[in-house]
Ligand binder design. Structure first.
Ligand code: ADP
Length: 212
């Protein structure tokens, strides 16, 4: 099963991808997490993209496509995977088609002001990329990852000003992909204004329909 989780920044893609990955036993491939890992480790790719990410812009298509190609050819992707944060441009979508056939795109829709609230309250674990929210999904112990106890951090691109820039980039470059996948009959709309469980249930229903 090959899935894409789609939606504006901080719609809840990572949160749902983590759950779906557990439920269906397929890896979550988050280009954002992969890039942030490069930045944290100061690899050549990391040094190249740090400023781009901090400014709320998209990484270069060729680099992102290469990262995805390498990742989906790993053995754990043999039974499928879940793409989170890719494709983000029409060019990336076309490149993805050369790599594989996607079964379903889950499109999370959320109102702009709610997106800003979710991004600004987001906290992540720098070690295992778990996602929390100070109000909506707090960790058991304040500021600590439930799974590994690491001190949670705020992403550099989750400042309100950068969030609004990222939303604009999404509207300009990524939103057009929604209609592209809809025309192919591969898109399911998910109401992202509900709580985390409510969103998850809609996704499971959508997936069970393609599996049936
Ligand atoms: P994305 O991967 O789309 O950028 P995340 O999964 O990181 O989004 O979620 C953004 C923030 O909103 C996180 O702090 C997360 O805990 C919170 N969140 C995610 N889904 C919901 C939801 N359905 N209701 C409320 N808060 C949510």
């Amino acid at each position: 099963m090959k899935l894409v989780i789609f939606g504006p920044p901080s719609a809840g893609k990572g949160t749902q991808a983590q759950r779906l990955s557990q439920k269906y036993g397929i890896p979550q491939i988050a280009t954002g997490d992969l890039l942030r890992e490069h930045v944290a480790k100061k690899t050549p790719i990391g040094l190249k993209v740090k400023e781009i990410l901090d400014a709320g812009k998209l990484g270069p298509d060729d680099l992102i496509v290469q990262i995805i190609k390498d990742r989906v050819s790993q053995p754990d992707c043999a039974n499928g995977y879940l793409l989170d944060g890719f494709p983000r441009t029409m060019n990336q979508a076309k490149e993805l088609e050369k790599i594989t056939d996607i079964d379903l795109v889950l499109n999370i829709g959320v109102d702009t002001e709610l997106l800003v609230e979710r991004a600004v309250g987001r906290r992540i674990c720098p070690k295992d990329a778990s996602v929390y929210h100070i109000l909506n999904n707090p960790p058991n112990a304040p500021g600590k990852c439930d799974k590994c106890g690491t001190q949670l951090i705020q992403r550099d691109d989750d400042k309100e000003e950068t969030v609004r820039k990222r939303l604009k980039v999404y509207q300009d470059q990524t939103a057009p992909l929604v209609e592209y996948y809809r025309k192919k009959g591969k898109l399911m709309d998910i109401d992202g204004s509900l709580g985390i469980d409510g969103v998850f249930e809609q996704m499971i229903r959508a997936i069970s329909r393609i599996k049936a």
